[in-house]
Design a protein around this ligand. Structure first.
Ligand code: GLN
Length: 483
């Protein structure tokens, strides 16, 4: 039963082949048995899950239907869940029980999902390897000596290991797409404003966006349907109708114009990944797509700009964790300053402290113009590049990452080496565009992802292309040995 996708689960529940309660019990047992190898969960919510599963079964018995009614999922541990620890992967919030549900959580619960637990993540979503979590590193089910990607590494490892069919995640600079690529999943970062950020603990507010991680594009469509939509509680949420994503999956790709940026294939890209991307281009050509070489000339400036803007916003967002209102508080503070310093010094890990310092520096008087303002100008150039490209093409295609998943610990002593791995993903966040990563093959037994980007609010187009690709390839069906 654990091999079923969300779409198959919906059919099985509708046909009364099994109940949500039965399925939930199977998955909870599987998590207990297998997760010690992966460390993909921070909290399990067995009681809540069984309660929600029973309630979903009753709703179905009363004639209700819905693709998510009775579907087991998990939430990345930065979505607030009422009365349940919401740690953000940090010692700072180890004792924090959210007083309310994030909009994503309440919307999905209303659709009938069953929450199995909260997944591990890089501390405050800062990282690309899921090694900065206070709860320990997550392992990649494809090779337990390798990282699963980050920051949504727990969601990715759990779904890839068939502990559950899908999970929520967030993407500030690639944290849905990169772990999807590293674990052979399909992950979608929606347009900025498509999914509510209310109750999603902020890292860099102008870049953060929640989205689905699943095995197939079809399942991403199902989960996104439950997450997307206008939320008056989030002032950056956009009041744009949500299309029927599942209904759009079957469109033909005949004549689809795919742009392939020449800058994506420079030095730094593993040539074996380049070959796999070429293969995926050929597959899409067979389906009727037309390929066009394009240029994104400002891409080279994106990493430095992102690593100024994201820490700047983080330094401001994380100032609320001061030991006074919530989170970790040091023992016996001598005075207010001591309280702030020791609570923050003890509660935040090294990477978070580094980002706060970089961000505070970039925003400080005298440096603001040189760093922050400059970075914002680059951000506009990056966006303009995309706008120009989308005048000529319908989607942009390239690798999700320059290399496959690295070994645990391999980049711990050199944070910049890890930052450079984000080269293909962060531009979509800077521009606010939707992006999807889907399985494209393997290098040394490790999965590789191909990334698709589309114009604003064209999530449906990305899902359509990915679904058609997945009808003609079988990379996404491969299962890691041992799971
Ligand atoms: N790796 C990037 C960072 O560390 C992106 C993380 C994310 O998308 N949350 O900031």
């Amino acid at each position: 039963m654990h091999q079923l996708t969300l779409a198959e689960i919906a059919r099985g529940l509708a046909d009364k082949k099994f109940s949500s309660e039965e399925l939930t019990k199977v998955l909870l047992a599987r998590i207990t048995q297998l997760d010690p190898q992966l460390n993909s969960f921070i909290s399990l919510t067995e009681e809540l899950a069984l309660e929600q599963a029973k309630a979903a079964d009753v709703r179905r018995a009363n004639g209700e239907s819905g693709a998510l009614l009775g579907a087991p999922i998990a939430h990345k541990d930065l979505f607030c869940t009422q009365g349940i620890r919401t740690s953000c992967g940090s010692k700072m919030l180890d004792n924090f029980k959210a007083p309310y549900d994030a909009t994503v959580v309440s919307k999905l619960a209303a659709a009938g999902t069953v929450t199995l637990g909260k997944t591990n993540m890089d501390e405050f979503a800062m990282g690309s390897a899921n090694e900065s979590s206070w709860y320990g590193a997550v392992k990649n089910p494809w090779n337990l000596e390798h990282v699963p990607g980050g920051s949504s590494g727990g969601s990715a490892a759990a779904v890839a290991a068939r502990l559950l069919p899908a999970a929520t995640a967030t993407d500030t600079g690639g944290s849905i797409r990169q772990p999807a690529a590293f674990t052979n999943l399909t992950g979608l970062k929606p347009t900025y404003g498509r999914v509510s950020r209310w109750g999603m603990i902020a890292y860099a507010s102008s870049l953060d966006q929640g989205g689905p991680l699943a095995r197939t594009a079809e399942d991403c469509a199902i989960l996104l349907q439950g997450m997307a939509g206008f939320d008056p509680n989030d002032s950056t949420s956009i009041d744009e109708p949500v299309p029927d994503y599942a209904a759009g999956l079957n469109g033909s790709l005949q004549g689809l114009r795919i742009g392939v940026p020449k800058e994506y294939f420079g030095a730094g890209l593993d040539p074996r990944i380049a070959d796999l991307i070429q293969n995926s281009i050929k597959e899409l050509q067979k389906l009727g797509a037309v390929i066009k070489e394009i240029s994104l000339p400002n891409m080279q400036h994106a990493i430095p700009a992102y690593y100024v803007i994201a820490p700047a916003e983080a330094s401001s967002n994380l100032s609320r964790f001061d030991g006074v209102r919530f989170g970790h508080r040091c023992e016996d503070p001598k005075n207010l300053e001591d309280l702030y310093k020791r609570s923050r010094g003890e509660g935040f890990g090294a990477e978070v402290q580094r980002r706060i310092m970089v961000g505070a520096y970039a925003l400080s008087a005298g440096y603001y113009d040189a760093y922050y303002l400059k970075a914002q100008k680059i951000r506009r150039l990056v966006k303009n590049d995309f706008m120009t490209a989308f005048n000529e093409v319908d989607i942009i295609l390239g690798p999700t990452t320059p290399n496959p998943a690295w070994k645990l610990g391999a980049k711990n002593s050199d944070p910049v080496a890890a930052y450079l791995e984000d080269v293909y993903t962060i531009t979509a966040n800077l521009a606010g565009l939707p992006g999807l990563s889907m399985p494209a093959g393997f290098v040394d037994g490790l999965p590789v992802g191909v990334q698709l980007l589309a114009p604003y609010f064209q999530e449906g187009r990305l899902l359509n292309v990915a679904h058609q690709y997945q009808l003609h390839t079988d990379w996404h069906t491969r299962t890691p040995t041992g799971f």
